[in-house]
Design a protein around this ligand. Sequence first.
Ligand SMILES: [Zn+2]
Ligand SMILES: [Zn+2]
Length: 193
Amino acid sequence: MTQVPPIQRPAPVVAVIPFGSAPLTAAKVIAAHVSGYLDLEAEVLPCVKIPPAALDERRLQYNAAALIQAVESMALDDYFKILALFDVDLFIPLFTHVFGEARQNGRAALISLFRLQTNPKGSSPSTERVFERIAKIGLHELGHLLDVLHCDDDRCLMHFCGDVDALDRIDLNFCRYCRLALHRKIGRLARSP
Ligand SMILES: [Zn+2]
Ligand SMILES: [Zn+2]
């Protein structure tokens, strides 16, 4: 009697999409961290034009909710989560700006390079520092897409960071509780049809 081989399901793939003039290198940095930290396949897709309707002409910033909606409506059925990278400034009402935005357990998240490229006192950070910040925001927002909430541990990647200083203080790593929650979720994804 021969054994029936298990059905091979395609691994869930995360898409990283640079919008506007967001650099491809930064998108690749995010993709590398997604596959390295979460053992998920990540693919960088070609650059996409920023939907002009998302620009708030009074604030001269882009509306994060409108952008999430635009990204979710793109025909990207082969990808189970989408990380959209911008170099323009993003906002949500009540906040002056956001580094990133995701709906809890949603499909698409945004990451903005805009505020990560300067230090609070106006000096310029090194490229390595900017890449580290972008990787932190990317992993944090993907954590939300995987239904992980903010974490009280002020070293953890899922800790809420309102400014660049706070972002620089957290580790480029999840605490063990958040890591466990993520791996449980990813394990479930790999098993589900
Ligand atoms: Zn968050
Ligand atoms: Zn945590």
